[in-house]
Design a binder for this molecule. Structure first.
Ligand code: COA
Length: 175
């Protein structure tokens, strides 16, 4: 059995993450998607909210489960008994940070390997912070995230709603 862990902030989950999840789930027997906090980021969504969105997004993929962890990734991998950590690489700019993270995790937990999946071309530009920024200015984020995620983002950032936007049309609980 090969068990993999795909860790990240997922603040919020995007189509880019979902693409990596689907592809990793085809390669490994089980895939745990793990929500962690990156200390240098101030998240828009709580860990519980991020887990819930991922559960909905991955509901149709049988060998994928969602969990969360407070602490070191290397320790999480040990506790979860995974052999592999999955990370998505979008561009060469990701590489330096990812290499350092993979090497640090290998030192802390020699049993775990990091495997990189290259982001699909159509999502190579995508990041959660770009999605949040476009939403903050009222732009259309429907091409970046599933509709239910778009609604959650608008409810957080623009609780008054944005008239005319596709994501708002069936959102009837604006505060
Ligand atoms: N498609 C689209 N976007 C992608 C992507 C893909 N395939 N892969 C990564 N991204 C984006 C994310 O949306 C995110 O964008 P943002 O910064 O604009 O929000 C960015 O790339 C990278 O974020 P993420 O993958 O969530 O990683 P991270 O750097 O925020 O955190 C952790 C990674 C949580 C695993 C790391 O912080 C961690 O390990 N924390 C625990 C503490 C620890 O062990 N520290 C030592 C690590 S060596």
């Amino acid at each position: 059995m090969s068990n993999a862990l795909y860790p990240g902030s997922f603040d919020p989950v995007t189509y880019g993450h979902i693409d990596i999840i689907k592809r990793a789930a085809r390669i490994f027997d089980t895939l745990t998607v793990g929500v962690l906090n990156n200390n240098v980021k101030s998240p828009l969504f709580s860990v519980e909210e991020r887990v819930k969105m991922l559960q909905t997004a991955c509901a149709g993929i049988p060998n994928v489960s969602i969990s969360s962890w407070q602490g070191l990734l290397a320790e999480y991998a040990r506790q979860a008994e995974v052999d592999v950590i999955i990370r998505g690489l979008r561009a060469v700019t990701d590489f330096e940070y990812e290499l350092q993270m993979a090497q640090t995790n290998k030192k802390l937990n020699p049993k775990v390997e990091t495997v990189f999946l290259t982001a699909s071309l159509e999502y190579a530009y995508l990041s959660s912070s770009v999605v949040r920024e476009v939403a903050a200015f009222g732009g259309d984020i429907g091409i970046f995230v599933p509709d239910f995620v778009a609604r959650e983002i608008y409810l957080k950032l623009r609780p008054e709603g944005v008239s005319g936007r596709a994501e708002d049309k069936d959102t009837d609980n604006e505060q």
